[in-house]
Design a protein around this ligand. Structure first.
Ligand SMILES: [Zn+2]
Length: 587
């Protein structure tokens, strides 16, 4: 039974010191650090931040043999405890690794706890006592013997459980609420003094209540966890989260947290706070969808390498569909705001030429080398399984509703019941769609998930009383460009989109766009006032210290790319469309 003692006092060196005691070691005991953290599909090689591994038995040093980049072997006697000591450098502000400075500490077990091979299935224990003065501990790990500040010993049934509970250390704000009678807590680090914790708790409680009812219905609704913890780190810039079985680690911009005196009216909520509530909703939904209902390939994680699945469009995409949907269903936002959020996703996918190149199933499989390793070619070669996956969920939901056979809610509830909240594969999804929808959805799965056809969203939305308005393209959209611009640096191309006018002219990602027909370009939109449709213009760019003149054929209206999509409630929908639309957004 491995026991880890973690010392978090070396804050200036950003270094956790870990002592791991293995009660009865194997004769050739192997230990290793994971290559990845479940939920984030990139090989991160956590061993690169571990150092100084020493092994002792009966107070004698033992030789440590490194077998590969993340694995060590110690020849130990079986009849005495093996004690391993090592340091972990912790200076990653994301939710995926570990952090330690004088303000706070945070870690995921995958960054700090050596996996004692052959003992993974045994209970594991952690002692968190050596902390800077005044620091507290927050984690959803099971406490075994802790004080009022959370310092002490925690336990886990096995290694998987141990590393699925991130830990926050420091002087954080903490608040609690009940959802369906289950204790929930929010821990917030780094908030500004005007942070309104009560508001955050009240709004989060509505989301959690609604999701528990969604998955379990009836009375009394009981979620598959005894308590739940949100760990939120507020920073200057940042937005993201990582899901776990009974908690989530979130990072958000300080300015997005609710401040005292925030409007009560949904229509007046700032976009930033709506984004934070969407994140809360997203990660909480994962407690069911991916942590329990999960790809069959994830039934047992392999921590040493990539774990492939073709189903992230379902687990991430459908979760992305429901995250904002829960905000409108709980009336935290109004219909108009919700439609704006959907329109933003539609616009983003439409502005991605890669949607015609890569299928959603392939995007899922390739997440390890594509989605998580984005570069200037990403929009041309890939499609986001989050964004397009959410639109596929919307397309399924509206198709089911149009046919009057059921809803996507029923499909997910059916999947949960049929799999007993466990691993599933695509056949299970197809079968739940067929059961609820009273016909096979194989053609839609083939076209939307395994093909690159456009989704019939315009028609489907019309049938729920939502009007689709295409706006004229911006200059960037016209030219097939994504740029950054500022008065200081001018206009710089970050992405050159496949098949666009910029690509045809020879613009490369990284080019500075200096001038158009001898006019200095301070902002890209000025280009529309200089160039005329269908004409050639001279575009001066700077690349690698050279200034180049490119012939740019300014696209006429017909050849211009698509602009943004706006969605709004139709002024005079048919009674059926109106009723269907209301049912959709009220759940
Ligand atoms: Zn997610």
């Amino acid at each position: 039974m491995p026991l880890y003692r973690l010392d978090a006092t070396d804050t200036r060196a950003h270094r956790f010191h870990v002592t791991c005691t293995v009660e009865s070691p194997a004769p050739r005991q192997r230990v290793s650090l994971p290559a990845w953290i479940p939920g984030s599909y990139l090989v991160r090689e956590f061993a690169r931040h571990a150092s100084g591994l020493r092994a002792r038995q009966r107070d004698r040093d033992l030789a440590v043999h490194q077998l590969d980049k993340a694995t060590w072997q110690i020849d130990a006697a079986a009849d005495a405890p093996l004690v391993l000591d090592y340091d972990v450098y912790a200076f990653d502000t994301s939710v995926r690794a570990a952090w330690l400075d004088a303000q706070r500490g945070f870690f995921n077990g995958t960054s700090v706890f050596l996996r004692v091979e052959s003992a993974e299935g045994e209970p594991h224990r952690v002692e968190l006592r050596a902390l800077p003065d005044g620091w507290r501990v927050a984690t959803a790990l099971s406490p075994e013997e802790i004080d009022g500040e959370g310092r002490g010993r925690y336990g886990a049934r096995d290694y998987d459980e141990l590393v699925d509970h991130p830990v926050e250390l420091g002087r954080f704000w903490r608040g609690e609420f009940l959802a369906a009678g289950v204790p929930h807590a929010f821990v917030v680090a780094g908030a500004l003094p005007d942070f309104d914790g009560d508001r955050l708790l009240a709004d989060a409680a509505r989301i959690c209540e609604a999701q528990i009812r969604f998955w379990h219905g009836g009375e009394p609704a009981k979620p598959p966890f005894e308590r739940y913890l949100f760990l939120l780190n507020a920073v200057d810039e940042g937005h993201g989260g990582l899901e776990h079985r009974a908690s989530t680690a979130l990072v958000a911009a300080r300015r997005d947290l609710p401040k005292r005196g925030l409007a009560k009216e949904p229509a007046e909520l700032p976009d930033g706070y709506v984004g934070l509530l969407g994140l809360v909703s997203h990660e909480y939904f994962h407690t069911w969808n991916v942590k329990r209902l999960k790809p069959r390939e994830f039934a047992r994680y392999d921590y040493t390498r990539e774990n492939y699945t073709r189903l992230l469009w379902f687990f991430e995409g459908f979760t992305s569909y429901y995250d904002d949907l829960f905000l409108v269903r709980t009336k935290l936002i109004d219909d108009a705001r919700y439609l704006k959020l959907v329109a933003r996703t539609i616009t983003a996918v439409a502005a991605t030429p890669g949607r015609r190149v890569q299928t959603l199933a392939d995007a899922s499989f390739d997440a390890w080398v594509k989605y998580y390793r984005a570069d200037e070619n990403t929009p041309n070669a890939t499609v986001s399984y989050y964004a397009k996956g959410a639109l596929v969920a919307l397309a399924f939901d509206l198709t089911l509703r149009r046919e009057g056979a059921g809803t996507l809610d029923r499909v997910l509830q059916r999947l949960w019941a049929a799999s007993d909240g466990g691993p599933i594969d695509e056949a299970d999804i197809a079968s739940a769609l067929e059961t609820v929808g009273a016909r096979s959805y194989a053609p839609e799965l083939a076209a939307w998930v395994h093909g690159t056809d456009e989704l019939p969203l315009q028609t489907l939305l019309q049938e729920v009383g939502v009007e689709w308005q295409a706006t004229p393209p911006t200059v960037a959209q016209r030219l097939g460009l994504r740029v950054t611009e500022s008065a200081l640096t001018g206009v710089k191309a970050t992405h050159v989109l496949r098949g666009g006018a910029a690509e045809a002219a020879g613009v490369s990602a990284g080019d500075e766009l200096l001038a158009l027909d001898s006019w200095r370009l301070r902002r890209l939109d000025d280009a529309a006032r200089i160039a005329e449709s269908g004409q050639g213009v001279a575009l001066l760019v700077s690349r690698d210290q050279r200034v180049l003149t490119l012939d740019l054929a300014w696209p006429d209206d017909a050849a211009a790319g698509a602009g943004a999509v706006n969605l709004k409630r139709a002024a005079q929908p048919t009674p059926e469309a109106k009723a269907r639309g209301e049912a959709w957004l009220s759940g």
